[in-house]
Write a protein that binds this ligand. Structure first.
Ligand code: CUA
Length: 313
């Protein structure tokens, strides 16, 4: 639709068309009123100018119809903007449950990407066409922003907190990936590409170089390496809570609060274990702050998440 108009990048995701339409609607409404207001200002300035020094203008009666019209019409227009914007916003915030999960770690000045099968990439993201993809993202240092113009998506990538993004690519091809948050000297070089492939080609690409272990297996290896399993096991003398079946469920804390065991809570518990101790346990776990990389935490998370499917013993 926009080929030939260099102002717009290609439309290559399921969001692209609607984002553009909403944008054009906003520009159209703003443009229309800007032109209308300026035209009227000039017209009235000339039409009702003072013609002699002692001229006194006639009194003008107010018009209820006019008052109502210029209140109700703008209200209607802004509500359309609000409703349309909110609908699109919610769509863009809610990844479908069947979305392919991938992980992004931003650092000065590169994007590190991991696939569930274990494959890793730097400054490149390979995805299959026509399948929703969900990115869980975090930064190792400062704030970055993951931006794919052709997909019309952009999301800040923060240190210390996960953010999420999803899309479904509609056309095979290569697209720009930018960092859209000024993050230091080489911010402008923090660029990469997104490669959208046909399903079969994507499978082949995944198989291309054997990766050794999946995200979950890497997480399990870390779990054993860091001796997590010496306390988090299902025998009676366990010093830490059992993790089988725990993910996604609420848990009571020593403080009396209840929290849901989600990514943020598990991450916090690895880095600051004494912060929110599960009821019935003592704050004996050492911190792993600085000992496990963000990728490592993501791998551990993938493993702990996979334990959700295993029944609690
Ligand atoms: Cu990272 Cu700008």
């Amino acid at each position: 639709m926009w080929t030939g108009i260099p102002l717009f990048p290609e439309q290559a995701s399921t969001f692209a068309r609607e984002v553009d339409l909403l944008y054009l609607f906003l520009v159209g409404v703003s443009g229309f009123f800007t032109v209308a207001i300026f035209t009227l200002v000039f017209y009235f300035a000339v039409r009702y100018r003072r013609r002699h020094a002692d001229e006194i203008p006639p009194a003008v009666a107010e018009s209820a119809t006019l008052e109502i019209a210029w209140s109700v019409i703008p209200l209607g227009i802004t509500m359309v903007m609000f409703g349309w914007g909110a609908k699109l916003y919610f769509e863009m915030r809610k990844p479908p449950s069947e979305a392919l999960q991938m992980w992004v770690v931003g650092k000065q000045w590169m994007w590190k990407i991991q696939h569930p099968e274990g494959k890793r990439e730097i400054n490149e993201l390979h995805v299959p066409v026509g399948r929703p993809v969900r990115l869980q993202m975090i930064s190792e240092d400062v704030i970055h922003s993951f931006y794919i113009p052709a997909f019309r998506i952009k999301q800040d990538v923060l240190p210390g907190r996960y953010s999420e993004l999803w899309f479904e690519a509609t056309r095979p091809g290569e697209y720009h990936l930018f960092c859209a948050e000024y993050c230091g000297t080489k911010h402008s070089g923090m660029i990469g590409k997104v490669v959208v492939m046909e399903a079969a080609a994507y499978e082949q690409w995944l198989m291309g170089t054997p990766t050794g272990e999946t995200m979950e297996q890497a997480g399990e290896r870390l779990f054993v390496q860091n001796n997590c399993n010496t306390c988090h096991h299902d025998r009676a003398d366990a010093r830490g809570p059992v993790l089988q079946g725990a993910f996604g469920k609420p848990v009571r804390l020593e403080s009396g609060q209840t929290v849901v065991v989600d990514e943020a809570y598990v991450r916090e518990s690895i880095l600051n274990p004494a912060g929110k101790v599960v009821a019935g346990y003592r704050p004996v776990m050492p911190t792993y702050q600085g000992q496990i990389s963000e990728e490592g935490v993501l791998q551990l998370l993938a493993y702990i998440r996979s334990l959700r499917e295993r029944p609690q013993k």
